[in-house]
Design a protein around this ligand. Structure first.
Ligand code: URA
Length: 498
C-alpha cells in the first residue's frame, strides 16, 4: 500500500518505471510529467522485477514526451544525486522534479526540506568521487595476453565508478587498466572504456613483486618523527585502509613510532635498502622491429608510446636560430601535447626572460617525445628515459635539427646532451658553460629546469638557475659571432638578474 496526499492507494494502481541509470530515469520522468502522473502514483524500480510489491508490467517509456526546461544547476544536482546509493533515490528525484514543474522552485534551495536532501546527496557523491580519485591504488599485474596491465579494487559507497573511470582514462593515457568494485567494473583498453559486471575482489590480483617494492618505498618515506596519527586517520578514513596496500603496514609503523622510532627519526628499514625502490613498469613485450614510422604519432620504436597520452613534438619557428632541447614531456606536457607547459616550462620561461631571450624566436623540443612515467598511487611520476629510448627517439630530434637548421643548440640536462652528441657516456660537468662545436653548430649544456626545482637549498638553487640563464645568454652571443667557449660565463647577466 502506498500513502498519498489524498489517502491510501493500492500499489497495483501505480505506474511502474524502471530506472537503472540517470538517463533511464530522466526519460521515464519526462514522460510521466508530460502525462501529469504525481509522485505518489509512481513506483520506481532499480532492477527489473525489483520488490514483491511491484508486480505490474512496466509501461513502455514514451520517448517523444516534451523536454522539460530545467536550469543547468538543477540538472547537475539531479545528476549527482542520482549516483547516491539509496533505495528511494529515483522516487525522491521524481518528487523534486514534480515540485519544480509545479513552480515550487525553492525545491532547489538548501533551505527547503527536499532541497536540503538533494544538496546533501550531491555533496556526498562529490566527496565519494574525490575519495576514489585519492584512494584507488592500481597494481601492476603479471603479464598475460589481453589482460589489463593495472588493476584496482575499490568499494565505493555511491555509484561513482563511471565518472571516476573517465577521470583515470584521461590521466593514464594508452596504458590498460581495470577498476573492479562489488557492483560493477570498468575496463580501459587504452582507447575505450568498457562497462563490465561486478567482480570478486580476487579479480584485482596483484604482482607480489611490485607490491613488495611499493611497501618498501612507503616504509622508507615514512618519517616517525613527523607522524601525526590523528591527522593520518582523519585524512584517510578507516574504510579505505583495508584496500590500500600500505594499509597492511601502517598500524605497525604507527606503533613503532610510538615506541621509540620517533626519537631516532628513522624507521628501521631506512639505510637497509640497496638499489632501486621504483616499481618497474616493464615493457609488455618486445617491440616490433624499428621500422621507420612516417609520423611521430605512429612511432613504435620503443615501448614508451604505450603509456603516454600522445607524442609531443617540438614547437617554434621553422627558421629559429636557437634550439632548446629538453629531456622528455612531463605529466602536463603529455596531456597538452606541447613541450614545457608545466612547472619546468615556467622556470625555463623565466630564465629566457632573464637572459633577454624571446621565447617565440626559439625552437623548443625534447630528446624523447613520449612521457615516461611510473604509477605511484594515483600519480604519474617522471622516470628518466633509458639510453635505448634516447637512441630510439634520436631520429626524430635529428629530423627537427635537419629541418630547422639551428646555429646553436642548448641542451637542458644530461638526456638531451646524450642525444644531441649521440654519446651515451657524455656527462654534463665538463661541458656546462663551455660551448663546443658539434656537426657544424654550437652546443651549450646547461642544467635542466627541473633540477633547479629540486635543489633543496636556496643558494644552490640560485647558482643552478644562473647557469641556465648564462647558457641562454651565451647562445645569443654566439649568434652574433662572439665565441664564449673560453671565457664562459663572464659576460652573462644571470648573476645580476637571478
Ligand atoms: N621537461 C622536459 O624536459 N621537457 C618538457 O617538455 C617538460 C619538462
Amino acid at each position: 500500500m502506498a500513502r498519498t496526499a489524498g489517502g491510501v492507494k493500492d500499489v497495483n494502481e501505480r505506474v511502474v518505471r524502471l530506472a537503472q541509470s540517470f538517463d533511464e530515469w530522466r526519460a521515464g520522468a519526462r514522460e510521466l510529467i508530460a502525462r501529469g502522473v504525481p509522485p505518489a502514483d509512481v513506483a520506481w524500480q532499480s532492477q527489473p522485477g525489483d520488490g514483491d510489491l511491484f508486480s505490474s508490467t512496466p509501461d513502455a517509456t514514451d520517448t517523444s514526451a516534451p523536454l522539460l526546461r530545467l536550469p543547468r544547476p538543477l540538472v547537475e544536482l539531479l545528476e549527482s544525486a542520482a549516483c547516491f546509493s539509496a533505495p528511494d533515490r529515483w522516487a525522491f528525484l521524481y518528487q523534486v522534479l514534480w515540485r519544480w514543474q509545479l513552480g515550487q522552485h525553492d525545491v532547489m534551495s538548501p533551505a527547503d526540506t527536499d532541497g536540503a536532501r538533494l544538496h546533501a546527496m550531491a555533496k556526498a557523491v562529490r566527496r565519494e568521487e574525490h575519495d576514489m580519485h585519492a584512494y584507488v591504488r592500481f597494481r601492476e599485474r603479471a603479464e598475460s595476453d589481453g589482460a589489463p596491465r593495472f588493476v584496482a579494487w575499490f568499494e565505493p559507497t555511491h555509484d561513482v565508478l563511471p565518472q571516476v573511470a573517465r577521470h583515470f582514462a584521461r590521466r593514464m593515457g594508452a596504458i590498460s587498466w581495470m577498476i573492479a568494485t562489488p557492483t560493477a567494473s570498468m575496463l580501459w583498453d587504452g582507447q575505450t572504456l568498457h562497462a563490465g559486471p561486478a567482480l570478486m575482489r580476487g579479480a584485482a590480483d596483484i604482482d607480489d613483486a611490485s607490491e613488495a617494492l611499493w611497501l618498501t618505498y612507503y616504509r622508507s618515506i615514512f618519517n616517525p618523527a613527523r607522524l601525526n596519527a590523528g591527522l593520518l586517520r582523519s585524512h584517510i578514513p578507516s574504510r579505505f585502509w583495508k584496500n590500500l596496500p600500505e594499509g597492511a603496514i601502517v598500524p605497525a609503523m604507527v606503533s613503532g613510532a610510538a615506541n621509540g622510532e620517533r626519537r631516532t627519526g628513522q624507521t628501521a628499514t631506512v639505510g637497509q635498502r640497496n638499489g632501486a625502490t621504483m616499481i618497474a613498469i616493464s615493457a609488455e613485450r618486445a617491440q616490433p622491429a624499428r621500422a621507420a614510422a612516417t609520423t611521430l604519432d605512429q612511432c613504435r620504436r620503443c615501448e614508451l608510446w604505450k603509456s603516454a597520452t600522445q607524442a609531443v613534438p617540438g614547437v617554434g619557428p621553422e627558421q629559429a636560430r636557437i634550439m632548446l632541447v629538453g629531456e622528455q614531456p612531463g605529466d602536463q606536457e603529455d596531456l597538452a601535447g606541447l613541450p614545457f607547459v608545466g612547472p619546468a616550462g615556467a622556470l625555463l620561461e623565466q630564465a629566457m626572460h632573464d637572459a633577454g631571450m624571446a621565447r617565440d624566436s626559439i625552437y623548443l623540443t625534447n630528446a624523447v617525445k613520449h612521457f615516461k612515467w611510473e604509477a605511484r598511487g594515483k600519480r604519474r611520476l617522471h622516470k628518466t628515459p633509458a639510453q635505448r629510448e634516447i637512441l630510439a627517439c634520436h631520429d626524430w630530434l635529428e629530423e627537427e635539427i635537419r629541418r630547422v637548421q639551428p646555429q646553436v643548440i642548448v641542451v637542458l640536462g644530461s638526456t638531451a646532451l646524450k642525444s644531441v652528441l649521440q654519446d651515451g657516456a657524455a656527462t654534463m660537468t665538463p661541458l656546462i658553460g663551455t660551448p663546443i662545436q658539434h656537426n657544424g653548430r654550437w652546443v651549450i649544456a646547461v642544467y635542466h629546469p627541473s633540477y633547479v626545482l629540486r635543489v633543496p637549498d636556496e643558494a644552490s638553487r640560485r647558482q643552478a638557475y644562473a647557469v641556465i640563464v648564462d647558457g641562454l645568454y651565451q647562445a645569443m652571443q654566439l649568434l652574433q659571432g662572439q665565441d664564449h667557449s673560453v671565457d664562459a660565463g663572464t659576460s652573462a647577466p644571470s648573476s645580476r638578474r637571478a
